[in-house]
Design a protein around this ligand. Structure first.
Ligand SMILES: Cc1cc2nc3c(=O)[nH]c(=O)nc-3n(C[C@H](O)[C@H](O)[C@H](O)COP(=O)(O)OP(=O)(O)OC[C@H]3O[C@@H](n4cnc5c(N)ncnc54)[C@H](O)[C@@H]3O)c2cc1C
Length: 485
């Protein structure tokens, strides 16, 4: 600490993806008491270096280090609002660059395990529909403009510095091979699913934290299409897997994104996975629980090959139980989720907001800060974990612990809610609030929701998707020749 004013703190963030840049936004503002855009000219009391393995583009372009960006990423309102609170103006940047704000449930054509959702309900929540490169670019641009935040590109940690009880920095290797010692009051691991933090901590003699894995063996296959319609005002189409059936779960999503494109992701659990063959993409879509996605794709031109991702297990590292000082993990490096539920980015954003809130009340160099931060970050992650792991454990051939009686009871109740939601607004509202991470699971136990679940569906199920005339008109159009390359 010698040689610098005692009030100045140093933060070293490992990884410059969404978690890394949002962690920087969370802490760069902490001197302002978690403030707004107007507080940007606060006295800087913190230096933040973000060490990123790759070069980061200065536009919403494809980059190395983010292979999942080729797959559909929906950002629920709970995540979008957390990002906006950390970096005001980001939503406008997304929108100016062509992202769509899609109301829920009326802007979704959705076949849930309980049936087709009605669309006549008013908006309860929303999602942001955009390519992942666009989402990250806007966040990165705003975060890197904050005072005290610095990107160290094309560099990576070699090892952590510290003792058995405290992390005090890291040794960083630059692209030219030179190594540099970086001391820090707080090190944040934001290196994603491939994080090597467990090894780095073990090298310091720090006891390993427990890991929980629930793996339904999900494979994603995605392809971009030139949409045959204006994507503004176009719904998200979502055919969901049904974990209650004793067969592998298959599903798909069509996201209307910037540039007039549909980004289509299909997925299947172990035993029912899609392949990377272009020629099999449409056939896979045709055999989902409804062929609707294939019927739309018959009328659209593919813009490139199919891309596959198999790195989708739910994996939780329980860092909140660790007593180590000076080290925090945020995002996929701590809790990675099956992407089918679309929660990863929202959990990152809410975790970063929790970090900001804590840092606005207590000194990040104080004893116990890392543990308190890790607990705060863990709360939104735990909520999403319950949703994802609870469902995934039910698929055939899932790698998971045998569910307890309470888990089975919860799963049956959620299943009842999902069926009731197709015809009851009280339940739609509660479920969409929880799904978008705007409310905790407790709202599902509200007496009004319990009563609605007890009563069950109030209207007969829809016998097909609720499409508007404009959407039906696309299906009536002539199919384009199938493209296999
Ligand atoms: C197929 C798929 C679809 C998904 N769909 C959705 C969705 O619909 N909605 C949603 O919210 N989430 C979705 N997710 C999850 C989402 O992608 C992640 O939750 C999110 O990217 C986590 O951000 P992160 O910053 O923690 O990790 P990452 O985005 O993986 O970023 C990690 C960063 O660290 C860098 N890095 C890695 N190792 C090092 C190192 N040793 N040194 C320096 N830098 C390093 C990488 O280059 C990268 O920039 C999906 C994921 C997948 C795989």
């Amino acid at each position: 600490m010698a040689g610098r004013p005692p009030s100045r703190a140093r933060v070293l963030i490992l990884g410059g993806g969404l978690s890394g840049t949002l962690a920087a936004a969370a802490l760069a503002r902490h001197g302002a008491g978690g403030g707004t855009a107007a507080d940007i000219d606060i006295d800087i009391d913190i230096d933040i270096d973000i060490v990123e393995r790759h070069a980061l583009p200065d536009g919403p372009r494809t980059r190395r280090g983010l292979p999942q960006a080729r797959h559909a990423h929906l950002l629920w309102s709970g995540g979008a609002e957390a990002i906006e609170s950390l970096l005001p103006g980001t939503t406008q940047m997304w929108s100016d660059a062509g992202a769509h704000r899609i109301p829920i449930p009326n802007g979704m054509v959705c076949l849930s395990p309980g049936g087709w959702y009605r669309r006549a309900w008013p908006e309860t929540q929303y999602l942001i529909s955009a390519g992942r490169d666009l989402v990250d670019w806007a966040v990165r641009t705003r975060a890197l403009a904050l005072p005290g935040v610095r990107l160290v590109p094309e560099a990576e940690p070699v090892r952590l510095l510290g003792t058995r009880s405290r992390v005090t920095g890291a040794v960083i290797r630059h692209r030219d091979g030179t190594e540099e010692v970086r001391e820090a009051d707080l090190v944040i691991d934001a290196t994603g699913r491939s994080s090597r933090a467990p090894n780095w901590l073990a090298e310091l003699g720090i006891p390993a934290v427990r890991e929980t894995v629930v793996d339904a063996g999900v494979t994603y296959a995605s392809r971009r299409y030139d949409a045959p319609v204006d994507t503004a005002g176009w719904p998200v189409i979502n055919i969901q897997a049904d974990a209650r059936q004793a067969v592998p779960g298959t599903g798909g999503t069509v996201l209307p994104i910037e540039g007039g494109e549909w980004l289509v992701s299909l997925s299947g659990t172990r035993g029912g996975q899609p392949t990377s063959a272009d020629s099999e993409f449409l056939e896979f879509a045709r055999h989902l629980r409804s062929p609707l996605i294939a019927e739309f794709l018959d009328r659209a031109e593919p813009l490139g090959p199919v891309t596959v991702n198999r790195n989708t297990s739910n994996r939780r590292r329980h860092y909140e139980k660790s007593r180590v000082e000076g080290f925090v993990a945020l995002g996929d490096s701590a809790t990675a989720l099956n992407p089918v539920y679309g929660h990863g980015m929202s959990v990152v954003a809410q975790g970063a907001r929790a970090l900001r809130d804590l840092a606005s009340k207590s000194d990040i160099t104080s004893k116990g800060f890392a543990r308190r931060a890790q607990r705060a970050i863990g709360r939104p992650a735990a909520a999403a974990w319950l949703l994802a792991a609870g469902q995934d454990a039910a698929f055939p051939h899932s790698v998971a612990k045998e569910p307890h009686f309470a888990d089975r009871l919860t799963a049956r109740y959620v299943s009842r809610l999902i069926t009731t939601a197709c015809s009851d607004f009280t339940v739609v509202k509660a479920l969409t609030d929880v799904m978008t991470l705007q409310a905790g699971g407790a709202v599902l136990a509200h007496p009004r929701v319990l009563l609605a679940a007890f009563r069950g569906p109030r209207l007969p199920p829809l016998d097909g998707p609720a499409l508007t005339p404009a959407e039906q008109a696309v299906l009536l159009g002539r199919p384009t020749p199938t493209h296999t390359t």
